[in-house]
Design a protein around this ligand. Structure first.
Ligand SMILES: NC(=O)N[C@@H](CC(=O)O)C(=O)O
Ligand SMILES: [Zn+2]
Ligand SMILES: [Zn+2]
Length: 355
C-alpha cells in the first residue's frame, strides 16, 4: 500500500536568504510557518561583516516575526579579507554567530566584498577551527576562462581541497551542491565535511532554464547542471547519509530584476519546499529518509538538538495550491514551480499530541 502520511520532527533550513526591509517582511512568514530555525545568509547590501551587524540584523528579523510563530534565526558573518579574528571569536563565544560564509568575490549576488585571495583568510580560518564554528562555502571559482558549468568542480580542486587539508579540525559545509563532484568531495573527506542541497537542484536540471525559451525563474547560482548531476544529488539526499541536509537557498528577487536582459540569480522556494521534498522522497521510495534530510542531519552537524516539534505530512487527492507570486510593496516574487502538482501537505502537530 502506498504511504500517505508521516510525522517527522519540524524541518530547519540550513541556507536561507531573508533580505531586509519590505522583502524581509514579505518572505519571513513563509519560512517561520514551515521551519523552526534557519541559517540566515549575510549577503545584504552592505554585507553583515561584524558581530554588531549580525546582532542588529537578528533584531530586525525578530521584529517582523508574525505573532504566534516560533522561529530562531541562526546568524552568520560574511567573510572578507579584512575580517577581524577577534570579532569572530567574540561573536561565536557570545552564542550569536552560528557560522561564517565564504563568498568568492564576484561569484554570486552581493559577493563583491567577498574573498579574492583565499590565503588572506587563513588566519581567520585558524580562529574558526579553534572556536569550532563552521565555514559555509559558496563553492565556485570566478575565473572568466572557466566554463560556468565547471566552476564548482574547479573550486573544489583549487580552493576547497587545500583548505580542507590545511584545517582538518574546521567544520565545512559546501553550500548548495550541484554536481556529482561535490557529492564525491564530501564523501571522500575524512571528517567534518558536509553539503547542503537545495530543493530546486533535486528537481530541475539545466534544461529547465534553457530549453523551449529562457526561463529566468529557474536561474540561480550555482547554475543547475546536466541530468546526471541532478541524479547524484537525489541519490545523496535520499540515501540517509548524515553529511547531506537541506538548505533551500530560497533567494527572493523582485520579478523585474529577474525578468531582465541581465537577470539576477536566485530561486524563491520557502513557501512550497516541504511539499516539494515530500514529493521527491516519495518518488524515490525514500519517505523514511525525509526526516534525516530535513530535520536531523543538519542539527547533528551543527551540534544542535533536533526540534521537539513535529509536523504531520499527509497526501491529499486534490493538489495543494500555492500562489504563483507573492506580493511585496515594490512588486512581486515568483514562487518556484516544480513543474508538477503537489499533493503533500503538512501541519504542525500540537505539542500534547506529539508527546
Ligand atoms: N543562489 C543564488 O542564485 N542567489 C543567492 C546567492 C547565493 O546563494 O549564491 C542570492 O542571494 O540571491
Ligand atoms: Zn551561494
Ligand atoms: Zn544562497
Amino acid at each position: 500500500m502506498t504511504q500517505t502520511e508521516l510525522t517527522i520532527r519540524q524541518p530547519d533550513d540550513w541556507h536561507l536568504h531573508l533580505r531586509d526591509g519590505a522583502m524581509l517582511e514579505a518572505v519571513l512568514p513563509h519560512t517561520s510557518a514551515n521551519f523552526a530555525r534557519a541559517i540566515i545568509m549575510p549577503n545584504l547590501v552592505p554585507p553583515v561583516v561584524r558581530t554588531e551587524h549580525a546582532q542588529a540584523y537578528r533584531e530586525r528579523i525578530l521584529n517582523v516575526l508574525p505573532a504566534g510563530h516560533s522561529f530562531e534565526p541562526l546568524m552568520t558573518l560574511y567573510l572578507t579579507e579584512a575580517t577581524d579574528p577577534a570579532d569572530v571569536r567574540k561573536g561565536v563565544e557570545s552564542g550569536l554567530i552560528t557560522a561564517l560564509k565564504l563568498y568568492p568575490s564576484g561569484a554570486t549576488t552581493n559577493s563583491e566584498n567577498g574573498v579574492r585571495d583565499f590565503e588572506k583568510i587563513y588566519p581567520v580560518l585558524e580562529t574558526m577551527s579553534e572556536v569550532d564554528v563552521p565555514l559555509l562555502v559558496h563553492g565556485e571559482v570566478t575565473d572568466a576562462d572557466i566554463d560556468i558549468f565547471d566552476r564548482e568542480a574547479v573550486f573544489l580542486e583549487r580552493v576547497l581541497s587545500p583548505i580542507r587539508e590545511k584545517f582538518p579540525e574546521l567544520r565545512i559545509v559546501l553550500e548548495h551542491a550541484t554536481t556529482s563532484h561535490a557529492i564525491d568531495f564530501v564523501k571522500a573527506a575524512k571528517a567534518r565535511t558536509a553539503a547542503t542541497i537545495t530543493t530546486h537542484h533535486l528537481i530541475i536540471n539545466r534544461n529547465a532554464i534553457l530549453a523551449g525559451g529562457i526561463k529566468p525563474h529557474y536561474y540561480c547560482l550555482p547554475v543547475a547542471k546536466r541530468e546526471t548531476h541532478r541524479l547524484a544529488l537525489r541519490q545523496a539526499a535520499t540515501s540517509g547519509d548524515p553529511r547531506f541536509f537541506l538548505g533551500t537557498d530560497s533567494a527572493p528577487h523582485p520579478d523585474h530584476a529577474k525578468e531582465s536582459a541581465c537577470g539576477c540569480a536566485g530561486i524563491y522556494s520557502s513557501i512550497n519546499t516541504i511539499n516539494c521534498l515530500a514529493h521527491v522522497f516519495e518518488e524515490d521510495g525514500a519517505l523514511d529518509k525525509l526526516e534525516g534530510f530535513t530535520s536531523l542531519n543538519g542539527p547533528a552537524f551543527y551540534k544542535l538538538l533536533p526540534n521537539e516539534r513535529r509536523i504531520r505530512l499527509f497526501k491529499s487527492a486534490d493538489p495543494v495550491s500555492f500562489p504563483d507570486k507573492i506580493q511585496f510593496p515594490e512588486g512581486t516574487v515568483t514562487v518556484f514551480d516544480p513543474g508538477y502538482p503537489l499533493h503533500w501537505q503538512h501541519e504542525l502537530v500540537a505539542a500534547a499530541a506529539a508527546a
